[in-house]
Design a protein around this ligand. Structure first.
Ligand SMILES: CC(C)(COP(=O)(O)OP(=O)(O)OC[C@H]1O[C@@H](n2cnc3c(N)ncnc32)[C@H](O)[C@@H]1OP(=O)(O)O)[C@@H](O)C(=O)NCCC(=O)NCCS
Length: 180
């Protein structure tokens, strides 16, 4: 788990695999708030078949009166060693801190790397390409998804050493290629 104070207060941000019920509920709520209500990419729910095997990762703001979930991302392994990240989102109130979105990406890729990832991909909204390029991702292909321009990008794993934190004990048992 990584943690940092982001605003000079006692509150700090921790990125971790979501396991507690409140985290999983808030993870779904924040996804809906960002991808349905804000961006209108989906009508009522952005869940799809990948959520059956995806690992939910969350950014939690701790140290205030009560913990609050402020960011989300999911990772999944469609074929052996090949991982995808998706549904990266940060609560509007916590964007552009130079920390939350970046930390979720680091957490996602380093966790997958610890679980045997050889390639890590994402299909990102094209306006966000510079955000990923700064984090050592490379654009590979332009395409359209959900009616808007997207870019398929690949992370440079040399910049994402395998995580050694306690969350790597939570490797999912079944991936799509062995779940049949
Ligand atoms: C894209 C998103 C996840 C970035 O999260 P964030 O917490 O604001 O990002 P950070 O503050 O960690 O930014 C890290 C760096 O990237 C920069 N950055 C952030 N968004 C950027 C963008 N769209 N283009 C270029 N640079 C960007 C920041 O300025 C910061 O740079 P710095 O380190 O020099 O200060 C967030 O804006 C978001 O949730 N957007 C809505 C949902 C969305 O578009 N999801 C992505 C789908 S591909």
């Amino acid at each position: 788990m990584s943690s940092r104070h982001v605003d000079g207060s006692l509150a700090s941000i921790v990125c971790r695999v979501a396991r507690e019920t409140w985290e999983l509920d808030a993870y779904r709520d924040l996804r809906r708030a960002i991808f349905c209500d804000e961006q209108r990419l989906f009508e009522q729910d952005d869940e799809d078949e990948w959520d059956q095997l995806a690992v939910p990762i969350v950014a939690v703001r701790t140290g205030a009166e009560r913990d609050a979930l402020v960011g989300v991302v999911r990772i999944y392994e469609p074929s052996p060693g090949v991982w995808y990240g998706g549904r990266l989102g940060v609560d509007v109130s916590c964007r552009s801190t130079s920390y939350v979105g970046r930390s979720l990406v680091v957490k996602a890729v380093t966790t997958a790397h610890a679980w045997g990832c050889r390639e890590f991909w994402a299909i990102v909204q094209t306006p966000n390409v510079p955000f990923f390029q700064r984090l050592h991702w490379h654009a590979v292909e332009e395409l359209e998804a959900h009616g808007i321009p997207h870019t398929k990008m690949k992370a440079d794993l040399d910049h994402y050493p395998p995580s050694e934190d306690a969350d790597i004990a939570w490797r999912p048992k079944a991936s799509s290629y062995d779940a049949a």
